[in-house]
Write a protein that binds this ligand. Structure first.
Ligand code: NAD
Ligand code: UD1
Length: 336
């Protein structure tokens, strides 16, 4: 298939482009490089022996988008592009609503204009907000979402469902990711956060590499096995493969799938697994809970296994090994 990948130089997008190319598909990327590096394309070529096309512009620019659709013919679109920092979204809500929603609307309009029926959209477990765990696709969504970033995911899901319901020829898939972590085993592509990381795994690996002094573990009095918060961590290569499985699945209308492992791991368990698996000490301190954090959540991942024939294969040990391989080879990310 000839696939358009928006945000394809980003963390999850780049791993998905690798899986697309490795699977014999072709990939064209649109990315404005606001949170990624052009070097990613060379790294993808080093892994796969193939270069994806890269168009650098803002997805909100509908004219440029239409030009790409006019020149190239796509079978499907995977839509990763958007702003994703939860904390920043509370400081700059307008930028989040404008960028995430506008770019999705432009994309859907141009897809309609050019008759492209298949879309896969990156949503997040954050849409489940305060629903009971484990989160299943039938759980209530939209209640207790704590930030504008999460609201944009919830709203775009709704837009996609409405557009999907208006035309029986469309095939839309919403993928709700749990906590994506890890890196490609080659160590050539991985997560490259700008500035001080907010998320656990990049922070932890920067402490291990000596770039940061100490990891603060937010909260040690949760009702979990060791008091620290628990999440469903999913290796980014498993996640990327989930997109290929979704691409191959034939259905009508809009389908939604959780992409998670179905298991929860506490912060302390992850820190210990990382130290054991890599031999790198991670110094940490127990700190106050972080505002807005939930004690524990994980996926009910049965629907994806049944309907997409997809499940995670990689372990927490793989996640730690591959994260460290990426971090130690690229201590400053793509600018190393
Ligand atoms: P990322 O920031 O690494 O990738 C997003 C890419 O989109 C970047 O390369 C960025 O430059 C590009 N981009 C942003 N705005 C753009 C615009 N207006 N026009 C063109 N390109 C634009 O993020 P990621 O971690 O790879 O996440 C990919 C998608 O998955 C995002 O939609 C994100 O919200 C969603 N998601 C991510 C996580 C996670 O933990 N990483 C979890 C759940 C959902
Ligand atoms: C957050 C977002 C989610 C997003 C995800 C990206 C919220 C409510 N959710 O999830 O929308 O998709 O990031 O993976 O913000 N932790 C520490 N020390 C740190 C950093 C994190 O102890 O320095 C803890 C957190 O308290 C949490 C766990 O590690 O319990 C995971 O945190 P993080 O990686 O930021 O992801 P989430 O908060 O689960």
């Amino acid at each position: 298939m000839n696939v358009l990948v928006t945000g394809g130089t980003g963390y999850i997008g780049s791993h998905t482009v690798v899986e697309l190319l490795a699977g014999g598909h072709t990939a064209t990327i649109i990315d404005n490089l606001s949170n990624s590096s052009e070097l990613v394309v060379d790294r993808i070529e080093q892994i796969t022996g193939k270069q994806p096309n890269l168009h650098i512009f803002d997805l909100q620019d509908k004219n440029k988008l239409a030009e790409v659709f006019k020149k190239e013919s796509f079978d499907a679109v995977i839509h990763f592009a958007g702003l994703k920092a939860v904390g920043e979204s509370t400081q700059k809500p307008l930028a989040y609503y404008r960028t995430n929603i506008d770019s999705s609307l432009s994309l859907l309009e141009v897809m309609e204009e050019y008759g492209i029926p298949t879309l896969i959209f990156s949503s997040s477990a954050t849409v489940y907000g305060s629903a009971p765990i484990p989160y299943s696709e039938t759980s209530v969504v939209g209640q207790g979402i704590t930030n504008p970033y999460g609201q944009t995911k919830y709203m775009i899901e709704q837009i996609i469902r409405d557009v999907g319901a208006a035309n029986a020829a469309l095939q839309f898939t919403i993928l709700r990711y749990f906590n994506p972590v890890g890196a490609h085993p080659s160590g050539l592509i991985g997560e490259d956060p700008k500035g001080i990381p907010n998320n656990l795994m990049p922070y932890l690996s920067q402490v291990a590499s000596g770039k940061r002094k100490v990891l603060s573990i937010y909260g040690s009095d949760y009702k979990t096995i060791d008091g620290t918060a628990a999440r469903d961590y999913i290796h980014v290569v498993d996640l990327a493969k989930g997109h290929i499985a979704a691409l191959m699945n034939k259905h009508t209308g809009t389908e939604t799938y959780n992409l998670g492992s179905g298991k929860s791991t506490t912060v302390l368990e992850l820190v210990n697994a990382f130290s054991e698996g890599t031999g790198q000490a991670v110094s940490y301190e127990l700190a106050e809970r972080r505002a807005g954090d939930l004690p524990e959540y994980y996926a009910d991942a049965k629907k994806a296994e049944k309907e997409l024939d997809w499940k995670t294969n990689k372990t927490i040990a793989d996640i730690c090994k591959d994260t460290w391989n990426w971090q130690s080879r690229n201590p400053n990310g793509y600018s190393s």
